[in-house]
Write a protein that binds this ligand. Structure first.
Ligand code: ATP
Length: 515
């Protein structure tokens, strides 16, 4: 069986070969951790964004959207704490000259203990069969107990060091745990240093004093500085939310794993403003709602899990991640944070403007508390692609690569194929395509054998292929072929619309998540 790493490499190659993702400025050998989306990638990405946007703004009458500029007044980032505290602890290996995030090295070490515990459990489960009791085994097996103790001790020490911003202890943990550089294999580490992740540039001409400004590292601040504008002009009543999709930029130290960690990426963020004291109720609400949104796509419920944070960001009083099982393990796709009233209070202080809400029911003014849901479009894209990518052996000995994308997100919904390029079949095929194309993204393909055409559509995840043959001219029926099962069926042209619509209409997903 191919290793997960091989699968990931194949997925990256597939993304390039089929027009999903290209390295940025590739003719100049690319630019580190920056990527361009190709003709199919952009469709998938747009569908993800639509699924998110509509689930916020259509399904919730108290959530509205905005589109703030990427450039913001530089004081924004002083107020938000990013100038002083948006740092990653980095460490270099002197032998390989490679740079790592100290916190990530330690988190990987924690994951190794978890893997060891899981392995022991798996072995025991095989040995004991039906009667295996995992909890009991973990409590009584000496080896597992040793791993659990070590893991917990490391976890506690790490959490304290991170929260205290104690860089010396972070380094000591790396030394004590015997963590080696994956490239050089040595423990020849430098001290741990803080590194600010914001990109900066200059606005205005240098002659009359240019202003140093930042490329936003998150879209959220564009929402906070517009809180009053939206609340007043939209006559919004608490609780209410503001949603936004847009680019964010971070000078990531270790940028790898394809579109998982990029220096330029896109976020979909929603800030939900609530009464002080009600934030935990809303935090729980959004945690649940967001997971439902993910699961409704049908990629497999077991691929998701929550991960509660040990290190709370400087603004948060509760935080959890929704993690997805990528080819390289469970990784964060979305963060849900209770941000208190930190941001609005800071902006009030730095701007000198009163940023409050008068609550008519309480007959009182206050600075609202905020629950944030923040998801990366690119990470979502990667999670979907990795769950969808599938190599299958067929009964006839051949194999195929198929992207089992959720039909609602697939770049192309229907490919229309005349069996041959003559006898009026192309004309009939065009007619069918014209009747569908205002609603569904359609492709037309008349080149090569039908089998080859199916493979091309499988590789980009098209859920339906429609073949028009000579019989079609007589009975107005076509052959529909389903991507996942490869089953073919003869159906009436007049039924086509409803069959496709049932699978690709987002309405059905929205119903599911509102149940
Ligand atoms: P990580 O710990 O992986 O660096 P984070 O906790 O800093 O992520 P947040 O600040 O919570 O991430 O950002 C919200 C979301 O934005 C993340 O869940 C992720 O989906 C996305 N995101 C953050 N950084 C990147 C990046 N460099 N490339 C792609 N997506 C990103």
């Amino acid at each position: 069986m191919a290793s997960q790493e091989d699968v990931f490499k194949k997925l990256v190659a597939h993304c390039k070969e089929y027009g999903f993702v290209f390295p940025s400025s590739e003719i100049y050998d690319g630019l580190g951790a920056v990527y361009d989306y190709g003709q199919n990638g952009v469709e998938l990405k747009n569908n993800i964004k639509k699924y998110w946007w509509d689930s916020m703004t259509l399904l919730h009458e108290n959530i509205v959207g905005i589109d703030a500029a990427i450039f913001m007044h530089p004081t924004t980032w002083k107020a938000s704490g990013h100038v002083d505290a948006f740092n990653d602890p980095l460490i270099d290996n002197r032998d390989s000259k490679k740079r790592y995030r100290a916190d990530v090295l330690i988190e990987d070490q924690l994951a190794k203990y978890d893997e060891k515990i899981d392995k022991e459990c798996e072995k025991a489960a095989k040995r004991f069969g039906e009667s295996f009791d995992k909890d009991m085994f973990c409590q009584t097996n000496a080896r597992v107990q040793e791993y659990i103790t070590k893991r917990n001790a490391l976890h506690e020490r790490f959490a304290k060091a991170i929260n205290d911003n104690d860089l010396e202890t972070l380094k000591q943990i790396i030394l004590d745990e015997g963590i080696v550089c994956p490239i050089s294999g040595t423990k020849n580490w430098t001290d741990v240093r803080q590194f600010n992740l914001m990109f900066s540039t200059e606005m205005g001409s240098t002659a009359d004093g240019a202003m140093k400004i930042y490329l936003r590292p998150e879209t959220a601040q564009g929402i906070f500085v517009n809180y009053l504008n939206v609340q007043k002009t939209g006559r919004m009543k608490i609780p209410f939310g503001i949603a936004q999709i847009g680019k964010a930029f971070r000078n990531e130290i270790v940028a790898r794993q394809f579109v998982f960690r990029m220096r330029e990426f896109e976020q979909m963020e929603m800030q939900f403003f609530v009464r002080p004291g009600e934030e935990m109720k809303w935090f729980a609400h959004w945690k649940e709602f967001r997971l439902k949104w993910h699961k409704a796509l049908g990629l497999g419920d077991h691929k998701y899990r929550y991960h509660d944070h040990d290190k709370l960001a400087h603004y948060a009083n509760a935080a959890t991640d929704i993690e997805f099982e990528m080819p390289f393990g469970f990784k964060e796709v979305e963060g849900i944070h209770s941000r208190t009233n930190f941001d609005l209070s800071q902006h009030a202080q730095y701007s000198g403007k009163k940023i409050e809400y008068f609550d008519p029911e309480m007959n009182q003014s206050y600075t609202p508390y905020v629950i944030e849901t923040s998801i990366g479009v690119d990470r979502m894209f990667l999670s979907i692609m990795s769950a969808a990518y599938c190599e299958e052996k067929l009964d006839n000995g051949e194999s195929r690569v198929v992207l089992k994308l959720p039909a609602v997100l697939a770049p192309v919904k229907v490919c229309v194929m005349p069996l041959v390029k003559k006898d009026g079949l192309p004309e009939k095929a065009r007619q069918i395509m014209d009747s569908l194309k205002f609603e569904f993204h359609c492709a037309y393909d008349e080149k090569d054998s039908i089998g080859k055409r199916y493979r091309r559509q499988d590789a980009i995840g098209t859920p339906f292929c429609i073949t028009i043959d000579h019989q079609t001219l007589e009975d107005d029926c076509v052959t529909i072929r389903y991507r996942d099962t490869m089953q073919q069926e003869r159906i009436k042209i007049s039924d086509l619309h409803d069959i496709v619509d049932k699978q690709v209409n987002m309405k059905n997903l929205f119903r599911k998540i509102m149940e």
